[in-house]
Design a protein around this ligand. Structure first.
Ligand SMILES: [Zn+2]
Length: 266
C-alpha cells in the first residue's frame, strides 16, 4: 500500500497550480518524484507534515525548470537541518547524467561554499542508466529513458501492491516503448489540454498530449487506470470534471485528474 501525495499537478507555465511533482509514501519512507520550480516545494512538503528525516530519496526526471529548480531550495533547507543534526540520514538523488551535470553546475553557481560542503556530505548521487534498478523504501524501481523528443528524460516502472505502475515524465509515451506497458495497472501520464482546445494550446508542437491522443494510447495498451497531470490551468475547479469527461469519451478505464495536494491510494 502506498499513498501518492500530489504536491503539484500543473505544467511549466503555472500560476495558481504548482508544477507537477509528488511523493510516493509508504511505511518505510517518502520518495519525492521531481521538485517543481520554486521554494513552494517546501510549503507543499510541510502541508503533508513530512518528517525530513524520512525524505531520503528524490528522483529528478529531467532538467527543465518546472522539475528541477525546487531541488535547490529543498537542498538549502535540508542542509540546514542536517547541520543541526535534525536530519541524520543521507539523501539519495536519482537522475540521468544530463540532470546530474545540471544539478552540479547550478549548485556551484547559486549556493555558498559552506552550504555546498554540507550538501556534498548529505547527498549521494545515483546517476541512472537505462534499465537500472534501485530499491527505494523497500520497493524496486526500474529507471528508463522515455526517449523524449525534447531534453533527455527518464521515467520509472515499479510494482506496488501487486499493481504494475509506470511514471512517464512530461512527454507522451513514445510509440517505440508501447510494448513495455501493455496491460499496466497505472500510468502516470501528462496531458497538456483538452481535445476541444488543441487549437488553442497546440500540445503536439510542445511534445505534449491532449485528452484524445492520450485516450487512444490507453485503449491500445489496455491500461486500467491513468493519472493525468501537467495540464494547463485555465479551467480552475472545473479542470478535474472536464478532463475526466473528455478522456472517458474514448477510454473506458479509470481516469484520475488529481488536484494539487490530493492523495491517491494505490
Ligand atoms: Zn514539465
Amino acid at each position: 500500500m502506498a499513498n501518492i501525495l500530489m504536491l503539484g499537478t500543473g505544467s511549466a507555465g503555472t500560476y495558481d497550480l504548482y508544477n507537477t511533482c509528488f511523493i510516493i509514501q509508504n511505511n518505510e519512507g517518502n520518495f519525492l518524484v521531481d521538485t517543481g520550480g520554486s521554494n513552494e516545494i517546501i510549503r507543499r512538503i510541510d502541508y503533508f507534515n513530512i518528517d525530513y528525516n524520512s525524505l531520503n530519496n528524490i528522483f529528478i526526471s529531467h532538467s527543465h525548470t518546472d522539475h528541477i529548480f525546487g531541488l535547490f531550495w529543498l537542498l538549502r533547507k535540508m542542509a540546514g537541518l542536517y547541520k543541526r543534526g535534525i536530519i541524520t540520514k543521507k539523501l539519495n538523488i536519482y537522475c540521468n547524467d544530463f540532470v546530474y551535470e545540471a544539478i552540479k553546475q547550478i549548485l556551484n553557481h547559486v549556493l555558498s561554499k559552506g552550504l555546498l560542503d554540507i550538501i556534498n556530505d548529505l547527498v549521494n548521487y545515483n546517476v541512472v542508466k537505462n534499465g537500472d534498478k534501485h530499491i527505494i523504501n523497500g520497493i524496486e524501481y526500474t529507471f528508463f529513458d522515455i526517449l523524449a523528443k525534447g531534453i533527455k528524460q527518464y521515467g520509472f516502472k515499479t510494482i506496488i501492491n501487486n499493481k504494475k505502475i509506470a511514471f512517464l515524465g512530461d512527454e507522451p509515451l513514445n510509440e517505440s516503448l508501447y510494448d513495455n506497458f501493455i496491460n499496466y495497472d497505472y500510468l502516470f501520464h501528462e496531458v497538456f489540454c483538452l481535445e476541444s482546445e488543441e487549437n488553442i494550446y497546440h500540445p503536439f508542437e510542445l511534445f505534449h498530449s491532449s485528452t484524445r491522443s492520450l485516450s487512444n494510447m490507453l485503449n491500445k495498451l489496455n491500461i486500467k487506470n491513468v493519472i493525468i497531470y501537467h495540464t494547463e490551468e485555465k479551467h480552475g475547479e472545473k479542470r478535474k470534471e472536464l478532463y475526466i469527461k473528455e478522456t472517458k469519451e474514448y477510454y473506458s478505464g479509470n481516469v484520475y485528474v488529481p488536484d494539487d495536494l490530493e492523495i491517491i491510494k494505490i
